[in-house]
Ligand binder design. Structure first.
Ligand code: AZC
Length: 829
């Protein structure tokens, strides 16, 4: 660092961020004219967006630097959140609101000849995630910064995020999402690199004391380069860091020999192979496909992150036994589980610690969050692949397993079945490494993401581990969402109305203050304004539907929304079968009877994994139903079916505030938590849902009179499945009529949907669509009836919002901090 005498000059010129409109405009013009090399003669909305973002980025970087200095000086424990996905969405609006300068920017941008809304719309979503797991990580980053926790996120800088979805002739088509063309929010750190090793072999030698030492040698080296994204807290100067690693050929790797010998192509090929590691996000949600490149991504990211964390720790010159007093690492699902093995390797092979001492450090450092019980999502890697790619790590895994099984053996003598069941190595053909088991054994806490889910993991998939380690190791932290993005940013008018009734914007930092809303519930003017805001949000969505799909929908109709990844367990098929049932019922009515029906718009959105054939069929059916229903003159406004293309975070910010009713209708016991359910209720929409995931806790908080619950309970699911397979499984008349309509070609070529119908009718109906259909239809009827009484409906919405305080990700992060990480916020003076 700079010697004392010269520091004066630095202090004198310290960058002071803009604080008013003039200062903001000056920065924008400077960036347009210098950074972008443009002028007032050729500044379009894109350039105005870029310059505005750069102006805000400069501010964030200044606070980011100060925050890092503060944290280093304070020398307190830090949290590292390892996630293969961060579904961030747009950054500009969030940055403006979090630093409290959106109004300043709005005024300034206006004077410079643009509208802030148009500028915001220019930004490409940072879509480095699939769905709930990735968005949760993004909400957590916002809360960690807002609550002043010293915390870093670590992930991968994918060149291609989740694909862009186009709907062509009713089918999903995937288009690559190249999002890095211009990204003002990232900060390349070409000086922060880590060389990562793959393949090779292990040589053992004896050191001077006769101790065996392992040396991992040979193989190939790929370099990880850090890219940092500042994460501003809301109404605090704290600005945390999200570090994403990008892969490139190591300078040693680029084969100059080949190059000089004229083998230019193959030396370029090596380079490309290295860059492939961080090239694409795997587009599967809740599914593990076991691809070698995915394992490479995992190790690459984990090894670079741990190297960084260990390097930072070593600068403090503390003893290794203090490691877990300084470092807490959270594993977001099993994707980063190799971190357990890597830290053990660093401590034993490189730092020379004894196995047991190292293992104590490892297990007190890590916590593991499970996000699903679906068997197809639980990661397993073939032993052979692990051996090939990471030979030393496989040895360490075998040793971890050996010592673990020895303790199990002691506790449960002669219980061979127990040993087989809990072994980290599955004795299958081929043998597999069970990553969840490794994560449990390597962590001091394991948590699920909603009460039902945490109960389920403890009584089903991880039951034996509860017996082995005791119940204390297992806990629940119910998910949450950040009210900054999901209320203040997405629904500014509602946020202002709430502020006016709760005494300011304090609720954005302490969401339980929403409860003050109930005091105003009898205020007719308040309810009227509430209803107007919802209507305005619906009008905005109506215009978007008109613009993108050329379908006219009536904003006074009930907007019924299901937006999320397409998955059989989430049961969009139940929804569309219900829509068909409604359509058939309307068709069968006399014109007089029809006039009495409540108009409804069924809105769908979401991506299917490119290889998930059944999910793509579901998308196709929804679109075909829309094509028929939307132009049926007998139906008119009574029913419209809309498929919104390319559902993502920024679209969610428009859709969520516009819903009257949203659907969270997974087969009980399959949706670990769900988080959009929380977003919809927080924005004054009611929900129809099953007794699953966080729906259960939402019901407990807001009251069962404010939610439409239906369907099988999770404890009955197994018996029903068994009965479908071994008993006689019949489908009721209403659902059969739906199937008949599909099969007589009402919605296009019946063969296209044969498998979908057969899955329910003939192949065991694993997701219990037939069992829940009748109660779903009945509950939708109740919804229609209740919606007619608008005054009562709005009271329900207000009461629900008032009781949603629990679902802030701030509450959630505080629970992790206290119960798992043992970290404290760093108070900013
Ligand atoms: C999701 C769960 O499916 C969802 O219910 C939960 O709300 C979310 O995590 C956040 O906890 N899981 C995933 O996206 N993916 C995996 C592999 O579980």
């Amino acid at each position: 660092s700079i010697p004392e005498p010269q520091r004066e000059a630095w202090k004198k010129h310290q960058v002071q961020g803009f604080t008013d409109k003039d200062g903001f405009e000056k920065e924008v013009v400077r960036h347009v004219e210098t950074t972008l090399a443009r002028s007032l003669f050729n500044c379009d909305e894109g350039a105005a967006y870029s310059a505005t973002s750069l102006a805000f980025r400069d501010r964030l970087i200044t606070e980011w630097n100060r925050t890092q200095q503060r944290q280093t000086t304070a020398d307190t424990k830090r949290v590292y959140y390892l996630s293969l996905e961060f579904l961030m969405g747009r950054a500009l609006d969030n940055a403006m609101l979090n630093v409290g300068l959106k109004d300043v920017a709005k005024g300034g941008i206006d004077e410079l000849g643009f509208r802030i809304e148009d500028i915001i719309e220019q930004e490409h979503d940072a879509a480095l995630g699939n769905g709930g797991l990735g968005r949760l990580a993004a909400c957590f980053l916002d809360s960690l910064a807002s609550l002043n926790y010293p915390a870093w996120g670590y992930g991968l800088r994918y060149r291609y995020g989740i694909f862009k979805q186009e709907i062509i002739n009713g089918y999903q088509v995937e288009v690559p999402d190249y999002w890095l063309d211009f990204n003002p929010w990232e900060f390349p750190r070409h000086d922060v690199t880590v060389d990562i090793q793959f393949y090779g072999n292990v040589r053992k030698s004896q050191d001077d004391n006769g101790k065996t030492v392992a040396h991992w040698e040979g193989g190939e080296i790929v370099t990880a380069v850090a890219y940092d994204m500042p994460i501003p807290g809301y109404a605090t100067p704290s600005t945390n860091n999200l570090r994403l690693w990008s892969s490139k050929a190591s300078s040693g790797e680029f084969d100059f020999q080949k190059f000089n010998n004229g083998d230019y192509e193959s030396s370029v090929a090596d380079q490309q192979r290295a860059e492939t590691i961080s090239a694409v996000l795997y587009p599967n949600d809740n599914l593990d496909r076991g691809k070698e490149l995915r394992l490479k991504q995992q190790y690459f990211w984990v090894a670079a992150s741990l190297y960084d964390i260990v390097r930072r720790f070593k600068k403090t010159k503390r003893a290794w036994r203090e490691f877990s007093d300084q470092v807490a690492i959270q594993l977001n699902d099993t994707h980063p589980t190799l971190a357990v093995v890597e830290l053990q390797r660093i401590l034993v092979d490189i730092e020379g610690l004894e196995w047991d001492e190292a293992w104590n450090i490892v297990t007190s450092t890590f916590g593991y969050t499970n996000h699903t019980v679906l068997p197809e999502a639980l990661e397993k890697w073939p032993v052979g692949l692990m051996q090939h790619l990471l030979p030393r790590h496989l040895q360490i895994i075998y040793d971890i397993n050996l010592f673990f099984l020895q303790t199990v053996e002691k506790k449960f003598p002669n219980d061979r079945e127990m040993l087989t069941n809990v072994s980290i190595i599955e004795e299958s053909q081929p043998k597999m490494v069970r990553m969840a088991y490794l994560a449990i054994v390597g962590s001091h806490k394991v948590n699920g993401v909603a009460e039902l889910h945490s109960d389920l993991i403890q009584t089903t998939i991880f039951k034996d581990f509860v017996e082995i380690f005791g119940a204390d190791k297992f806990t629940n932290v119910t998910n949450g969402i950040t009210p900054r993005r999901w209320l203040h940013q997405a629904n500014p008018r509602l946020s202002e109305l709430v502020a006016s009734k709760t005494g300011g914007h304090g609720f954005l930092k302490d969401l339980t203050q929403l409860n003050k809303l109930e005091l105003s519930i009898d205020d007719a003017a308040f309810r009227k304004e509430w209803a107007e805001i919802k209507y305005a949000n619906k009008v905005r969505l109506t215009k978007y539907i008109k613009k993108t799909l050329d379908v006219t929908v009536n904003p006074s109709a009930l907007f019924d929304v299901q937006v999320k990844r397409i998955h059989e367990y989430k049961r969009q098929q139940l929804n569309i079968f219900g829509v068909i049932h409604r359509y058939l019922a309307l068709k069968a009515m006399s014109p007089e009877e029809r006039k009495k029906q409540l108009p409804r718009v069924s809105i769908f959105g979401g991506k299917a994994a490119p290889g998930y054939w059944m999910a793509k069929q579901i998308i196709h059916l929804i679109n075909n139903v829309g094509a028929v229903v939307n132009k049926d003159p007998e139906i008119g406004d009574l029913l419209k079916v809309i498929y919104l293309e390319d559902y993502n975070v920024s679209k969610a910010e428009m859709i969520v505030p516009a819903s009257d009713l949203s659907e969270h209708i997974s087969t009980a016991g399959t949706e670990a938590s769900g988080t959009s359910n929380m977003k919809f209720v927080l924005n004054g929409g009611l929900i129809i849902g099953t007794c699953d995931g966080a729906n259960i806790e939402i019901t407990r908080e807001i009251g069962q009179e404010n939610i439409f619950l239906f369907g099988t309970l999770s404890e009955d699911v197994e018996d029903l499945r068994h009965a479908h397979t071994y008993g006689s499984h019949t489908v009721d008349a209403d659902l059969n009529k739906v199937f008949e309509a599909i099969q007589n070609g009402t919605f296009g070529e019946p063969n296209d949907f044969g498998a979908m119908v057969a899955a329910v009718r003939d192949h065991g109906d694993y997701y219990l669509v037939s069992d829940d259909f009748q109660s779903y239809i009945d509950t939708q009827k109740m919804v229609d009836n209740e919606y007619r009484n608008q005054d009562e409906w709005i009271r329900k919405c207000i009461r629900s919002v008032a009781r949603m305080g629990f679902f802030s990700s701030d509450r959630c992060i505080n629970e992790y901090a206290e119960g798992i990480w043992n970290v404290e916020p760093l108070v900013v003076n």
